[in-house]
Design a protein around this ligand. Sequence first.
Ligand code: XMP
Length: 523
Amino acid sequence: MSTLVNHADTSNEMILVLDFGGQYNQLIARRVREDHVYCEVHPSTLPLDAIRTMKPKGIILTGGPNSVYKADSVTCSPELFRLGIPVLGICYGSQLMAHLLGGRVETAPTSEYGKTEVTVDAKDSLLFQHVDEKTICWMSHTDYIAAAPEGFHVTAHTPVCPVAAMENAEKKLYATQFHPEVMHTEQGKTMLRNFVYDVCGCQGDWKMGDFVEKTVAALKKKIGSGRALCALSGGVDSSVAAVLLSKAIGKQLTCVFVDHGLLRKDEGDQVAAVFGPEGPYDLNFIRVNAQDRFYAKLKGVTDPEQKRKIIGEEFIRVFEDEAKKIGAVDYLVQGTIYPDVIESGLGNSATIKSHHNVGGLPDYVDFKEIVEPLRLLFKDEVREVGRELGLPDYLVNRQPFPGPGLGIRIIGDVTAEKVKIVQEADAIYREEVAKAGADKELGQYFAALTNMRSVGVMGDGRTYDYAIALRAVMTSDFMTAESAQLPWEVLQRTTSRIVNEVKGVNRVLYDCTGKPPATIEFE
Ligand code: XMP
């Protein structure tokens, strides 16, 4: 059985987020980390003893869907508020604080949802330093605190909410009905910073430069003269993980890069240029050109789930073959990041798509332990580490790319010819979007090949060719997304270049659908 290795340096000051089922739990942690204070998210059921051992500088209670006065609602021990550790309760967390300490929580006469003007009543509150008297905050609640507990001052209100914020400064207990972590709370960052620095007394010792240094040292110590194997996809996470390992153990690391022939244009060569013998890193790099194997398995297969399964399984087979040649290794390196860790506890939702990533590998490879050096980092922190390590921008800023690659951006059966078409069209699209500087707001954008052929006219002749679909979405979490309103000129230029430069395409369509009801990828 493998153990997961944590490389966090526990000497960092820490803010603990206790999750009561709120949809913004990760966002709170990200905001705190952006202010250079290390922060972890744990379930609300975390025992008090464990909390004491962690020695957090402060605790933040998240929102959640429950009502505190219902018998089966998630709760916490009232002792939590007597540990002497500062607490900030947000939304449900604020109501829980009020309820457990003797205040009154009721159904609000009207629910507040959305941007709401909040009046700050306490000029001297540490939480509201440098915050305007009238400030726009994000509200989302049906219950509210009708009366604050004894010893608490009401520090803010709205026309609906008599207690939009409250505090017992002496005991360092703070609560807001609104969500300071959400971008729509205009001065929310200031409030969180006030809590973390001025109430909890943090100094801000979470820096990515230090992370690199400490992690490399910890990996050196842990692995010693052992051997490690890394499945390198060329994505940000596995690339950064590989470089950290190579800094720590050099040639004791072998990276296997499986080119399944479903990558974006030139991507395989770009990965090889960075990690191969010509690149700056001192590691063993194996590129497996497995296009033919994948295309053969995919021949004639049109069902999206079946395609995903075939690509996922073949990936493991290829990796397994390579691993066998290398022999037993001590450590398997994985690019798991913090959102994967937080989300792995959930999992009751329906399978919309069977995701392919390297999570399936451990059963098939002979190794003793898994090393996950990025396990505690958010994506933006991983990118920062990548920059610290000197990885090129095009790798660090790469948009997410699904494991099954272009296989799920070609609707219907996959052929080498179709891969070429979608690669060329996608490269043109990315080039035009970037040239216009239109990529800044976009979460993801790409070209897909529909399985529709239609009639066109080129010169004096009739054509009967494929239609390319362009997609661009804005999203913060990839769970929901809006179709982006790309400038018309960009779409026109892209269209004209695709139909002129890519053989086999005579029509270009733009996807205006959001998620839901569509998904970001086409299959
Ligand atoms: P969907 O299409 O489900 O995609 O809206 C949401 C995000 O997940 C990415 N995606 C994948 N990533 N393996 C991955 O590692 C996969 O099998 C996979 N399928 C979708 C997708 O690109 C988007 O960012």
